[in-house]
Design a protein around this ligand. Structure first.
Ligand SMILES: [Fe+2]
Length: 242
């Protein structure tokens, strides 16, 4: 089986206008990470949600311009307005019951992209994507929220996926999904569960420390992740730009 290289950016939180938040120029941080990503070989770039600073923003046309010539996939996060997101990326065909789910075949692997912008994962929609790709291929799942609690004290207690218990038990029982790639927690982290694992990508804006129970910014170096898949073997490398 051919290898697959995926670059992942997450929680870029850019705005319609150039903005500085927490002493960070949001667009600059994103562009720094994107430029670094472009120096590496990858088959597809995934931006795993929270593209907008918040739901009242509409940065999607600007983001699309930065991605010209790049093979990419985007999923929404809880800070994205789903209708603006669907319109900008022409996702009408994937939009059903208020959420966007789709899959792509890359180098023989099935990449399933899920919508958790409502803080909830529709497991029926995920199952539908698995059914449509019932060809024995290796499945990699992308979603904005970590599927389970991750021992990240502040984010676990404040902003978890609302149905993380059902999602965890679905993934533990599912034989085809071994790796889930997500963001949302603004931290680089790996969690092994009973029968699957998940990889949390850092944000390009700021990183949150895992241990404190209150909001904290560990640093504002933009991060990104390189994922290499070779059959069942998956390795991830997280990079921070200093
Ligand atoms: Fe988020």
């Amino acid at each position: 089986m051919k290898k697959l290289v995926i670059a992942q950016l997450s929680d870029i939180h850019v705005s319609e206008k150039d903005k500085i938040m927490n002493e960070v120029n949001l667009r600059d941080n994103y562009l720094q990470a994107l430029n670094e990503v472009k120096k590496h070989y990858f088959d597809i770039l995934v931006i795993s949600g929270d593209i907008a600073l918040d739901v009242d923003d509409n940065p999607y046309e600007w983001v699309k311009r930065t991605l010209k010539g790049v093979n990419y996939a985007v999923i929404p996060g809880n800070h994205d307005d789903i209708s603006k997101f669907v319109k900008a990326f022409s996702f009408e065909k994937y939009y059903k019951n208020g959420s966007v789910f789709f899959s792509k075949k890359v180098n023989g692997y099935t990449l399933v992209f899920c919508d958790t912008s409502s803080e909830y994962l529709d497991l029926d929609r995920l199952q539908e994507e698995l059914n449509t790709n019932n060809d024995g291929s290796n499945v990699l799942v992308f979603m904005h929220h970590p599927p389970s609690l991750a021992n990240c004290k502040y984010m676990d207690s404040k902003y978890p996926l609302s149905n993380h218990l059902d999602t965890t038990s679905f993934l533990n029982q599912n034989e085809r999904i071994n790796h889930v790639f997500c963001g949302h927690y603004h931290t680089a982290h790996f969690v092994q569960k009973e029968n699957f694992c998940f990889h949390i990508a850092p944000s390009t804006w700021f990183q949150i420390g895992k241990k404190p129970t209150t909001f904290n910014i560990k640093h504002t170096n933009p991060g990104w992740t390189l994922i290499e898949v070779d059959g069942d073997k998956v390795t991830t490398e997280t990079h921070f730009i200093k």
